[in-house]
Design a protein around this ligand. Structure first.
Ligand SMILES: [Zn+2]
Length: 126
């Protein structure tokens, strides 16, 4: 759900860009959107465009989910991806045979519109 803090992230996704934030003091990158650095608590943070590249940290093939709208999407791949810049992101893997899934699989972002307002970042094998 977009809010004041995360609006730049959602706006960029509609334009095909994945944004992260970084700290101007300790130089760490982080996700999700916050007005301060989760490492050193500095409020000197900025947005930057991520490469969209990463590796699969973990995954699960979901065959049953009663929570709308996921029931109509099964089976799907729930995943956590380690982005090249460091942060981890909860996501889905798409365009991938289940047998091809593997920890450390190189992946790249795909921008998936789910409404007029919201585009979500999902990942496919690179
Ligand atoms: Zn910091």
């Amino acid at each position: 759900m977009p809010d004041l803090e995360s609006q730049p992230f959602w706006d960029a996704l509609r334009d095909g860009k994945l944004l992260l934030q970084r700290c101007l003091d300790c130089k760490g990158s982080f996700f999700y959107a916050r007005p301060f650095c989760p490492t050193c608590w500095s409020d000197r943070v900025e947005w930057f465009e991520a490469s969209g590249k990463g590796t699969l940290y973990t995954y699960s093939v979901v065959y049953s989910n009663d929570l709308p709208p996921f029931g109509e999407r099964v089976p799907y791949i729930a995943a956590v991806v380690d982005l090249e810049e460091g942060p981890r992101i909860q996501t889905n893997v798409v365009e991938c045979e289940f047998d091809a899934l593997a920890v450390d699989l190189p992946v790249e972002v795909v921008f998936q519109p789910i409404s007029d307002e919201i585009t979500i970042p999902v990942f496919r094998p690179a």
